[in-house]
Design a binder for this molecule. Sequence first.
Ligand code: ACM
Ligand code: ZN
Length: 573
Amino acid sequence: MKRFPAVALLAVSVALSCAKTEPVPFSVIPQPNQVTLGEGVFKVPGAAFGTDEAIPQDAAAMIDEFRVRIGTVTGKESPAVAGTAEKGFSFILNKDLGAEEYALKVTPEGVKVEAADYNGFLYAVQTLMQMLPSAVYGDKKASGPWVLQCAEILDKPRFGYRGILLDCCRHFWTVEETKRVIDIMSINKLNRLHWHLTEDQGWRIESKKYPKLNEIGSWREATQVGYDHNAFDGVRYGGYYTQDQLREVVAYAAKKGITVIPEVDLPGHMVAAVSSYPELGCTGGPYEVRKSWGISKDILCAGKESTFKFLEDIMDELLDIFPSEYINIGGDEAPKDRWKECPLCQKKIRQLGLKDRDGHTKEQFLQNYVTKRMQDYLASKGRKIIGWDEILEGELAPGATVMSWRGTKGGITAAGKGFDVIMSPNIYLYLDYYNSKEFDREPLGIGRRALPIEDVYAYEPMDGMPEGSDAHLIGVQANLWTEFISTPEHLEYNLLPRMSAASEIQWCNAGNKDFDRFRASMEHMRRIYDQLGLTYCKYMWGTVGLPGHEQPARPKEALDTINLRTIEKATYE
Ligand code: ACM
Ligand code: ZN
């Protein structure tokens, strides 16, 4: 198959735009890895849909939803036929293709789609949807033009793990709001939702075994206002998902090709838990669900067996809801102040024979012990752990996966030691940073730090990785922490369009990224955002600010000349 460079793709698109029935200029995000555009178009209205009987039921149902949608938006029903459709869409199971891979051939006579699994078919459908006018994402008849540009595509992702972290603890997102995030993830072919469900500021999982986690731990008495750690709004805030709601999100995400990976952050970030059950802490409290952001010294006591019993019980409840291969156990930002003072933690350290060594304290090795116990427990239930890069400090048992967030260093070190790695470096992929340096025109971001879309896009995950570590780099994730984000509009504004940029890091082979081509393709993607009623940052289009507060973006030179990204780099790399 011929591969056209991006510039050629655009040239062909422009040439075709002169044709009588104009297709949407080819602008699929993430850019498929092999595309050859051809002459002519396939006319969609009324085209039959043939589905190979060998295609699994769930994929066949998803394809049928696409058929119905095409009928709705074109105003002409597409009949379903058995087997291959003549002059129509044909979906065929091809076991020679790999996981999530699809092959697509559009000719004036028909559209042939081949894949080996659910996500392969789903992504072929997502690509076809993006090749059509954005009204295809709507729910009523629209004018089109309902034609697909002739093309041959063979596409599969660069990374198997393509994630977004959603923090529902600092601020709580309803099931419907969470589903909107899942929808746009799926359109951009992301496949993992890392759901950050427990925190100092709120516990968001219904627990039937530990009801005080919800009666007490899911609520805080007030919330910090802006950047001032001592200013509070006085409004009780919180909530949690019932187990049924958690299951509903898992099932919804699965239909969108997304596995939900829950995070129970331990042993730090546990103030909501110790506030509910003070005996889980070293001092016994009293504790209060945190109203301000930051890091708490109060963490779980590692010297009590009851702590491990609690964690195992919580995991049991979770495993029943989340079928994911991985469970995220956090492990970040766990100060050891309390453990140093706690007689029970110190007794445990003596029993285990832990000593300060190799530049690590015995308390750090106690955290390694906690990690290993959870790893072993989850392994006994057939699951694997992911943890933040702090789990690498001291000793980490084989089989753990490291999520690199403090820059890229943790991931590089972990890969060098033979651990699987997911790269999620704050300097490129923390979407809670401002979209631009227009600090006075943007909604609040975390700190005075800007992460414009071109900086996200520029990230190459193999940079700095040791020779031969490719197989250990299993994925890339962008993180949406929500300390300073309290409305769905602001959530979407910080997510989009940077998530679409991240999707090209996650999907496109090295060498297939091109910011100019991506920028041109964003013209169509923003129409999709508009069609779905999503809020997004329009910095690429010359304005900043939430709806109702939009202002022109100023030239870069008019802004602070400090390169904040360089400062971050110096801190973490
Ligand atoms: C983190 O951002 N504390 C993982
Ligand atoms: Zn203790």
